[in-house]
Structure formats: structure tokens, C-alpha cells
Ligand binder design. Structure first.
Ligand SMILES: [Zn+2]
Length: 351
């Protein structure tokens, strides 16, 4: 299913590109701006089994996007400034925001130098347990386990499934199946299953977080850079919609006060973990606003329109996705035609 969806997205992007339709659609669907979503920025890695490839782009691709935006005279602004422009209906100039989820060390090592070339500010949404070094990046744990194993046995409900993971295609099939199964479980069950898998296959689950994420000390100097702003991304990186209202509220407020205390700066912006409609919807949008966040971003695809001023805690984003890194795709992404197509040409999707 995931493969199918990727194929459809790719086909859509290709059709838009080759037909030139994105140029025709631009004035109608490009909105007033865009919030770009990124995760890792790092040089490409070798190997056929990279199921989380969509979560990373290369520094070169980031530079291509920034170059394109600059050539189109689009302002690159902070989330604070985007918030102000939306509230005051200041749409004289088109804008783009750059946001990075989770708090990865490569944001400092590979994204910051490129952002500096363009004096472009950006937002990093920090999961406080990741900065603490105690968080669980289960999707990486799953990748590392399957990469290492030649076969995997898992009991799902009443049935035991066995996956042959000798080949790259076997590994991908196992990853897709296990990923979807794990995401369907309540947070603590998922955690238990991932930990058991890691233990059985000798993967050091706890090291992953320290390996990939900026620690509090590192974040402190990173956040001192004038281009860097820090936002919240919950305590544990849980699916908020699966939590009780009280627990979800705590994820939002406790993570914020931890970051504020450690970094001594206000945290006013939020990104919902996973951020799709199963992880963030009406209740979470309201909760983000009552707990005091000025803006909150989802992973729902879309450009920013003036109407988004009424839904500041349900902002859509445009994913800079590692699977579509050809430079020629950049104008298609920034035209808004791709996200408009994905949304069935609705302008605002905030329910
Ligand atoms: Zn995240």
C-alpha cells in the first residue's frame, strides 16, 4: 500500500511536471506561502535497504530548494513572522518557512551551513526525551533490527509471522508490515514489542537517540545561533490522538517547560508527532491553542492560504521528501499544484 501511494505521488508529480500544468495552476493554488517539513539533512548513504529514506534530504537538495525560492523572490521567514503575517493579513510578499522535526544532530552539522549561505532562519521542533537521551526512535530501531537480521519472527495477536529478511526486498516487505502493525498499537505495547525485537537481535535501542539527536548541551549552543528557533514536539513523540486528553495536554506542556528551562528561551510553536489526521485532529488543534502555542504544524500536505489565519494550530506543510529529490521537482512542489492535487483542490483542511 505504501509503495502504491508513493508510486501515485511520483506519477502525479511527473504528470504535473511534464504537462507544465503546475505553471498554469500556480496563480490559483500557490497560496500566500508554504511551510516546508524536513527531518534529516545529510549526505546520501549506500545500501538498498533504507526504509526511512523519505525522512532525509541531501544538503545539495536543500540548497537547490533555497536557490529556487530566492530566484522567485520569496521571503524565507521565521514561524513567528509567519504567525504575524497571517494575523495581520500581510500578504504583500510570498513566504516560506523551514521546519525540521525531532531535533537531529545533522540539522546542526549539515542543514545549518546551507541555511547560513542564504541567511535563512529555520525552526527545529524538539522532542524533549530525545534531547534527554532517553527517547525511543522506534522506526530507526526497526530499521536497524531488520537490516541486521536474516529472518524475523513476531507474534501479532494470535498468529506468529515469520519474515525472511535476507534480501533487500524481503527486508522492505518486513519493514512495511511491521511498521504498520506497530503504529496500530497503543504506545506502551508498541514500545514493548520494539524493545523485544531489539533485544532478540542485539540492537542497542537506547544508543539510537544519543547517536542521532542533539543533547541539551548541544541544543544550547545550536539554539544560540540567530537563525535557529526551537519549538516543541512533545515529550515522548507519541501519537497524541491515542492519549487521554489529560495525557496529551501533559505531553504539550511538560515538554515545553523542559525545553524552556534547559534552553532559557520561550517555546511558542509546536509540531504534532506523525501529524496526520490519525494523530492530530480537532481535539489536538484545540489543545495546542489552549495550552498556549501560537502555531502548530501537521504533516497534512498543503500550501498556506489567508484562511489558515483562522486555523493557526492546524497548519499544513509541504514535505521535502527524500524520495523526490530531483532538482526539477522543486518548482512543482513550490507551485502548490502537487499538494492541491493531493487535497482534491480544497484550500484549507483543518477539521
Ligand atoms: Zn517527529
Amino acid at each position: 500500500m505504501k509503495q502504491f501511494r508513493n508510486t501515485v505521488i511520483r506519477a502525479g508529480l511527473e504528470v504535473l511536471y511534464f504537462s507544465g500544468a503546475h505553471i498554469l495552476l500556480r496563480p490559483i493554488f500557490s497560496g500566500v506561502g508554504a511551510v516546508f517539513m524536513l527531518h534529516h539533512v545529510r549526505p546520501p548513504r549506500d545500501g538498498d535497504f533504507q526504509p526511512n529514506r523519505h525522512l532525509e534530504v541531501t544538503p545539495q537538495f536543500l540548497r537547490a530548494v533555497l536557490t529556487h525560492l530566492k530566484s522567485r523572490d520569496i521571503d524565507i521567514i521565521t514561524m513567528d513572522e509567519a504567525h504575524d503575517r497571517l494575523r495581520t493579513k500581510n500578504f504583500a510578499r510570498r513566504f516560506a518557512c523551514f521546519t525540521f522535526d525531532d531535533g537531529y544532530r545533522d540539522n546542526r552539522d549539515h542543514a545549518l551551513p546551507v541555511m547560513r549561505e542564504f541567511a535563512a532562519p529555520f525552526m527545529v521542533y524538539v522532542t524533549s526525551d530525545f534531547a534527554e537521551g532517553t527517547g525511543r526512535l522506534w522506526w530507526v530501531a526497526l530499521e536497524r533490527t531488520i537490516a541486521k537480521a536474516s529472518s524475523i519472527e513476531v507474534t501479532m495477536g494470535d498468529a506468529t509471522a515469520r519474515f525472511d529478511t535476507k534480501t533487500a526486498s524481503g527486508k522492505h516487505a518486513a519493514y512495511d508490515r511491521l511498521h504498520d502493525w506497530l503504529r496500530s498499537l497503543p504506545a506502551h505495547d508498541m514500545q514493548r514489542e520494539v524493545s523485544a525485537l531489539c533485544a532478540r537481535h542485539g540492537v542497542d535501542e537506547e544508543a539510537i537517540c544519543r547517536d542521532l539527536c542533539l543533547s541539551w548541551d548541544e541544543l544550547k549552543s545550536f539554539a544560540a545561533d540567530p537563525l535557529v528557533a526551537i519549538g516543541g514536539h512533545t515529550i515522548t513523540h507519541c501519537n497524541l490522538a491515542q492519549q487521554s486528553e489529560e495525557a496529551a495536554g501533559e505531553e504539550l506542556t511538560v515538554s515545553r517547560s523542559r525545553i524552556e528551562e534547559k534552553l532559557q528561551r520561550p517555546v511558542l510553536h509546536l509540531a504534532y508527532p506523525y501529524g496526520d489526521r490519525n494523530a492530530a485532529a480537532t481535539r489536538e488543534f484545540a489543545l495546542a491553542s489552549t495550552t498556549g502555542y501560537k502555531t502548530a504544524v501537521t504533516t497534512r500536505p498543503g500550501m498556506i492560504f489567508p484562511e489558515n489565519a483562522d486555523h493557526l494550530t492546524a497548519l499544513p506543510r509541504v514535505s521535502l521528501n527524500g524520495r523526490y529529490q530531483e532538482a526539477r521537482i522543486v518548482p512543482v512542489l513550490t507551485s502548490g499544484a502537487a499538494t492541491a492535487m493531493w487535497n482534491g483542490f480544497r484550500r484549507v483542511d483543518a477539521a
